[in-house]
Design a protein around this ligand. Sequence first.
Ligand code: PHE
Length: 457
Amino acid sequence: MTAGRGNWGSRVGFVMAAAGSAVGLGNLWKFPYLTWENNGGAFVIVYLLAVLVIGLPLMMSEILVGRKTQLSPVPAFTSLGGKKWSALGWLGVTSGAIIQAYYIVIAGWSLRSFVQCLGWSLQGYIAPAESEFGEFLSNGPLQIGLAFLFTLFTASIVYRGIGGGIEKANKILMPALFAILMYLVLTALTMEGRSEALTKIFMPNLSTLKLRGFLEAVGQAFFSLSLGLGAMVTYGSYLDKKESIFKSALWVVVLDTLVALLACVAMFTIIFSVSGLGSRVSGSTIGMLFITLPDLFYTHMPGGVILGPLFFVLVAFAALSSTISLGEVTTSLVIDLIGWTRARATIVTTCVVFIGSILSALSLGANGLLSSFEFFEGKKGVLSTLDHLAANWMLPVGGFLITLFVGWKLGRRTCMDELGLLQSNPAFTAWLWIVRIVAPAAVLILLISVIMGKDFS
Ligand code: PHE
């Protein structure tokens, strides 16, 4: 262990932090939306398969690289694979910085929605005008201010380091998140839309399954499990040598998937409980979370006055535990590579990434040029462009290279030792061949389809 890098206090500490990274806007917003768009059941099955076949083995691979080297991605891949492989680390860190830059802007919206709901709970609900959300998005100073607040929250935790900052925060954020989510789900299940919702989510209609759904499921598994950029390499680098990588990874994957499914159950039930709404929810990935739901809380849901503000605490907590992990990726790089103190590394990397956040914040209508340029077809403005670039290109490429690296370059012996499995163990053989062949092949199909024009952001 490099002196002073810090360490998780326990496996629970690691699992909470890694699950915190994984559980985020991807679970609360992207997963329900994708499930809705892909007609439910069959998509959920494919997603679960993607998580099991690609997600879990890749999560183990990333943790393995981090734990083996006790270093952040750039020096980790360099020390195991030689100078050439440092590029893989750089790709990851760049992806992390890009995601952080725009993710923090969306995370900031949860703060505004929280305040707005608090006002409605105290003073009575007034349905906002239809143009209201658009006006909020194009308010540049407000967007920058909210992103700044969220950046400040994130940095103040990363600044305190692994045990005293990140682990401690997640040990509060994650149980609170689960409690609020359970309350939301249980309340939702008292509403009459529940059976329609459960049928839609859990009864697969295989005839509606399209290749597109399969590919979207793989992309979502990457994003939701925080894979393909080295976030799990970084968190794995602080994991104690005696902890089981398989068990730790399994916990993270199960928790992340559970939150995604629960969020879906809650949202679908609420939507199906309002007659006629089902056919109107579409068109916007953001709309469901920030416009439709708050309205339903106050107009249709029992106890909505409490659930309204609480729900956005949930969203903020989920997002914060994810932005913390992204902040740690860039901060730990600077600590390992240049040898700066954590304080200095946190401040400098935060400032650099915040420049990207300012550009993203102004690209929602406040600044004409930043909002309207179109690099990828149909993706207008900085925020959408960065999201498209990271989710469609950088994470899959990173994930593909990581599986190749661990499967073919690292060597059987190293993997066995680090996983604590014997060569004769069929579980090891299964894992190895999944990492060598199955996972990269699936990702390759995804990449080829992206090249041929399919969008996954
Ligand atoms: N997994 C997070 C989510 O679901 C997003 C994320 C991606 C966080 C990559 C860290 C790294 O919202």
